[in-house]
Design a protein around this ligand. Sequence first.
Ligand code: SF4
Ligand code: SF4
Length: 252
Amino acid sequence: MKTNQVSGQSRYMQNLPKLGTEDSFCFSCHPQIECFNACCSDLDLVLHPYDVLRLRRALGMSSRDFLARHCEAGAAPGAGVPDLYLKMRDDERLSCPFVRREGCSVYGDRPGACRSYPVGRGAGYDDEGNVFVQFVLVKEDHCRGFAESKEWKVGQWVEDQEISAYFEHSDRHLDLFSRIQQQNRVLAKDEIAKVMFALYQVDDFQVELKNGKIFGELDTQTGERDEILGDETACLVFAHQWLAKLLLAKRD
Ligand code: SF4
Ligand code: SF4
């Protein structure tokens, strides 16, 4: 497959210092630091499907309620599927709804972008269709964390912040949309609705799977069906497979 697709995020990252997994940087973030919580307001924070899944489960909310309360649709690049942004509070600082004096109230399930900072990761496909991954250091002027002495290798940081699962889901997402974009497709309204439903409303998608005919379309076996119906993360993986079949089958 030849896609030559690069995510918007990785284009933004092209001018930032590039890092390999063995490269080091100094950084620490803790409640005693003078800028604590300074980065948790007025953000353009895109939520990926796995971010939504983790956050709304941590909050004990249905995806429908979470989307209505905490998300707003932004631009719809490429295929016509809108990015979802976390709605900031309507206060003076436009604070993140989850920030508290003592820090992030959803820390264990905070979005991938919050986990990863100050390391950014761009992923995409080169002209030969090979996947490439590039880490960069995102050094914001207001962030005092870089003046701290604690030293990290990028690989250690990824492990410590438990980001790998977020990267895996985001790569799966990128792969689906790269393939759609490679076909120069702009999705129809009903296709976009299916994408939003399957990827961002996994709990409702599970109900649809249980009662509908989708499993039959992908020839899924009983054990696999039980896992998908019992585990939302497995269901999100399945949602990508289903959408790939639905949206790309005729043209692959
Ligand atoms: S600005 Fe940097 S050091 Fe300060 S709270 Fe945010 S990430 Fe931590
Ligand atoms: S989710 Fe947590 S870490 Fe991310 S911006 Fe909000 S309060 Fe800050």
